[in-house]
Design a protein around this ligand. Structure first.
Ligand code: WTA
Length: 632
């Protein structure tokens, strides 16, 4: 199944067709997949409810498109080269046939413990092949997977398990990360104390750590699948049945479960993968994301496997055992397309070129970036030193909610401009709106980035709360999906993402809502209230700056308070969300009606010490002076 566009002219034609006849355009692509029954209606939609149905009436199973379909010609093709955290440990690879067999074994085992179509399963796992098996086994039997990044705390895990009312958790004893090990099973044990929906916890041995065992709940992965058949009938799924839930942060409240559907997500993850990376049949693709984020879902698991590609799956981190690890792995597997995040590039830049130049990177054809805006210096470094000025940099803009890449160059077909994501993929209709919600038609403008027409992998709902989906994405601007990002469009029509325009912070490519971090900080018993804003950070892109008002601040020193606040955030969300700066303040700048003036706090966090604009609505201007005096 080759879905690739081959020239820029063809891109332009396809784009035009996708805008003029979206149903025809997507039907032709969809018909290249295996269906158990063809669809009756290609698209029904309205953005008001919202209700979006693609390929209505069609029946399929995504794993037949990933596994069974490839067995005829490609059974012995490598699906994954698994590269361990420790370079001296033996690497492994798995063929499509072997992946099929193990997925079937686990699917059978899951059915035996009572899992049925529609049940939810949480996956809290390291970057190992069995995690991919777990994902696909869920999809095989129609269970809805919800992967929770293994850097989240047990409390965050419990919140997500409870929201999804998961019946099973799949985890491992522990995980390897650089020179550290993390005990995942004990985190799950703590979480499950408060999760009554979970009947079973399946545990894979990874670190061979001794774990606590609850014999009526816990099941060992290896013993569970050992005697199972290597064939398993795939559940018949409706095109619009949910495939997975993935929790992500927004500007208000607790993280929400973004729901993706079986058929639409399948088609768009494969289509965008093949077109953006332009990978050939025998290429080796490497996406360095974690499977716990959408990038891992779409471009480690679904897109490449649907395309029958060979990928690298890396257990470790870019700086272990040293800052040359990414490039060593690229050389080892002769990686052709490499896809990473600006934060990784910025951190590796700091270690110097010796770590790069030791390795032969001549296999690279396309290098990609995702997750946050890439600054010029990082873009140049990546293009010059990794791509040797020979590889296009695809700066791919998209979101958990979009399911796949929306704005990006297509391999070496498209014009490239530093820091610009570029043109929309076929099928994607971006618009820029002004503050009043009017569409800006001209070029060389800036506005709120919205999408005017559904694409196959658009978010369908937020799990258990459809109203929230409507309010977050479809109510700000009537008739449009609102991305939460601001963007510029240049003379040629290429897009450049500026960043979030809502209260979402992007730390090293990880999304957090300021409210979510504030809630965690406020759990500290000494804290009265807090306000969190972003500040520019050289490596992380954005850092977290917390202004905190505490009770009776003489009792504890600022250092004690800071440590205890950091502990609170680590417990509530995970270490990945801990503030970089915490300033204990006497009060927060508020308007007379009690609203925190975040604009002022943002300026202070960015280093501004005066010129706060109109402060006439401030209840107590002195508060600002006090904060500025001690700003970090
Ligand atoms: C940001 C990650 C600039 C953006 C796939 C978006 C980007 C949020 C880019 C989604 C990019 C993602 N350039 N900004 N190439 N890619 N973003 O859901 O603010 O984890 O709204 O999905 O990341 O983050 P999410």
């Amino acid at each position: 199944m080759d879905l690739r566009i081959k020239t820029f002219e063809e891109y332009q034609e396809q784009y035009k067709k996708s805008a003029e006849q979206p149903e025809v355009f997507w039907s032709e692509i969809a018909s290249q997949f295996s269906w158990k029954k063809n669809w009756d209606i290609t698209l029904e939609w309205n953005f008001n409810e919202p209700k979006i149905e693609w390929f209505k009436g069609g029946k399929l199973n995504i794993t037949e498109n990933i596994l069974d379909r490839h067995l005829a010609g490609n059974a012995n093709k490598t699906a994954f080269h698994w590269e361990p955290n420790d370079p001296f440990e033996t690497s492994k690879s798995i063929t499509y046939q072997a992946l099929h067999d193990e997925v079937c074994q686990l699917s059978n085992a899951l059915r035996k413990i009572g899992i049925q179509k529609g049940d939810r399963i949480c996956i809290y796992m390291p970057m190992v092949i069995e995690s991919i098996v777990a994902i696909l086994a869920c999809a095989r039997i129609g269970a809805v997977h919800s992967i929770i990044f293994a850097g989240f705390s047990s409390q965050a895990l419990a919140d997500r398990i409870n929201d999804a009312q998961a019946k099973v958790v799949i985890t491992s004893d522990g995980l390897n990360r650089g020179n550290k090990q993390v005990e995942l099973k004990s985190m799950v044990d703590a979480a499950l104390k408060n999760c009554s929906s979970v009947n079973h916890c399946i545990v894979l041995n990874v670190t061979n750590t001794k774990v606590n065992w609850e014999s009526n709940r816990d099941l060992n992965y290896h013993s569970l699948i050992e005697n199972e058949e290597k064939n398993c009938s795939a559940e018949v799924m409706d095109a619009e049945d949910p495939l997975f839930i993935l929790y992500t942060s927004g500007s208000t409240g607790k993280p929400k479960g973004v729901v993706h559907s079986c058929a639409g997500y399948m088609i768009y993850s494969a289509y965008s993968f093949q077109n953006v990376f332009q990978s050939d049949k025998n290429d080796v693709f490497w996406c360095t994301a974690d499977i716990g984020w959408i990038t891992g879902h779409s471009y480690i698991v679904y897109g490449p496997l649907l395309s029958g590609a060979t990928s690298v799956l890396f257990e470790g981190i870019p700086t272990y055992p040293d800052a040359g690890r990414f490039w060593e792995v690229c050389e080892k597997y002769k990686v052709n397309q490499f896809y990473t995040a600006p934060t990784a590039i910025r951190s590796l830049m700091g270690f110097g070129l010796d770590f790069v130049n030791k390795y032969n990177l001549s296999s690279l054809k396309v290098i990609g970036s995702v997750g946050e805006p890439i600054n010029e210096e990082a873009w140049d470094w990546y293009h010059t030193n990794i791509g040797k000025k020979n590889c296009p940099v695809v700066d791919t803009w998209w979101q958990t909610e979009t399911g796949g890449i929306m704005l990006s160059g297509l391999g070496n077909l498209s014009p490239m401009k530093a820091m610009h994501a570029g043109f929309p993929l076929p099928g994607i209709q971006p618009v820029l709106l002004d503050a009043e919600g009017n569409v800006i038609h001209e070029n060389e403008v800036e506005g709120y980035l919205c999408i005017g027409f559904p694409w196959p992998s658009i978010i369908r709902t937020t799990y258990g709360d459809h109203e929230r989906c409507k309010n977050t994405y479809f109510s700000n601007y009537n008739g449009y999906y609102f991305t939460g990002d601001g963007a510029k469009r240049d003379k040629q029509g290429m897009y450049r993402i500026i960043g979030r325009v809502d209260d979402v912070i992007n730390v090293s490519g990880h999304r957090f809502g300021t409210a979510e971090i504030e809630d965690a900080i406020n759990m500290d018993l000494s804290v009265i209230e807090s306000a969190v804003v972003a500040f520019p950070h050289d490596i992380k892109g954005q850092g977290i700056y917390a202004f905190v008002v505490v009770e009776n601040s003489d009792v504890k020193t600022d250092v004690e308070l800071t440590n205890s606040i950091i502990d609170c955030v680590s417990e509530r969300i995970g270490k990945i969300a801990k503030p970089d700066k915490i300033q204990i303040v006497n009060g927060l700048p508020k308007t007379r009606s009690g609203k925190i003036m975040r604009r002022i706090l943002r300026k202070i966090a960015e280093g501004e010490r005066s010129n706060f604009g109109d402060t006439s609505t401030l209840l107590d201007p002195e508060v600002v002076e006090q904060i500025v005096d001690k700003a970090l």
